[in-house]
Design a protein around this ligand. Structure first.
Ligand code: PGA
Length: 251
């Protein structure tokens, strides 16, 4: 069965000490709590090893926000999937719209990153989503389908089964403008049908599809109550325990 997941994406926020303090506080808040979802925090690369050390791995998974599309070698400034895995992190966010837009990550590059993540035992949290103009032109379904097809549909069903998807309409990210619960459900159901057509109903039913884009304590419950919304990828509202915990507890 697919899992409910609430994953934080810290983006380029928090220095090392602040990040370790936030992870420690979240770990403390979850200590004696029984929650109904997996909890993941996506930290900057340099935080990974320290954050892994301060969280109970049975309660909090740790994710990188990117990894290289190359195995190793002369790629100054890059961080490989193997390096990420060696910190003890178990996940990597790939294909975030900010990576696609600002760092020109193409479908082909992302395909390589996904393969390297899987080869190193990392679970990719693969982001997809349309920009506003695409939605307004009624192209959002085609755009999302193509993002999935071009980067993921060469995977075997077994490997695809290791992927977590995050639908993040770009117009909703950091804007305070959330997709309505109906818009999220409509797209998530479409994504699941797309997966079923390629890999069969069982794989589709077992894939966690998260929603991202201005999700917060006040809208999480409604978003998560949709049958095809299996959790959230949370940016701004993951930067404080007070804001993040209520989202986790929305399940
Ligand atoms: P946001 O970011 O929650 O701040 O909108 C979500 C994301 O980009 O993953």
């Amino acid at each position: 069965m697919r899992k409910n997941i609430v994953a934080g994406n810290w983006k380029m926020n928090k220095n090392l000490q602040e990040g370790v303090a936030l992870a420690t506080a979240l770990n403390e808040a979850l200590k004696d709590k029984k929650v109904n979802c997996d909890v993941i925090i996506g930290t900057p690369f340099i935080h990974l090893a320290s954050v892994v050390n301060v969280v109970d791995k049975n309660k909090i998974g740790v994710a990188a926000q990117n990894c290289a599309d190359k195995v190793s070698g002369a790629y100054t400034g890059e961080v490989s999937a193997e390096m990420v895995a060696s910190t003890g992190a178990g996940y990597v966010i790939l294909g975030h719209s900010e990576r696609r837009a600002y760092y020109h990550e193409t479908a082909e590059i992302l395909k390589e990153k996904v393969l390297l993540a899987l080869a190193n035992g990392l679970t990719p949290i693969f982001c997809i989503g349309e920009v506003l103009a695409e939605r307004e032109a009624n192209k959002h379904f085609d755009v999302v389908k193509s993002q999935i097809e071009t980067s993921l549909f060469d995977l075997t069903a077994e490997d695809f089964g290791k992927i977590v998807l995050a639908y993040e309409p770009v117009w909703a990210i950091g804007t305070g403008k959330t997709a309505t619960a109906a818009q999220a459900q409509e797209m998530h159901a479409f994504i699941r049908r797309t997966l079923a057509a390629k890999y069969g109903q069982e794989v589709a039913d077992n894939t966690s599809i998260l929603y991202g884009g201005s999700a917060n304590a006040s809208n999480a419950k409604e978003l998560f109550s949709n049958p095809d919304v299996d959790g959230g990828l949370i940016g701004g509202a993951s930067l404080g325990v007070d804001k993040f915990m209520p989202i986790i507890e929305a399940f």
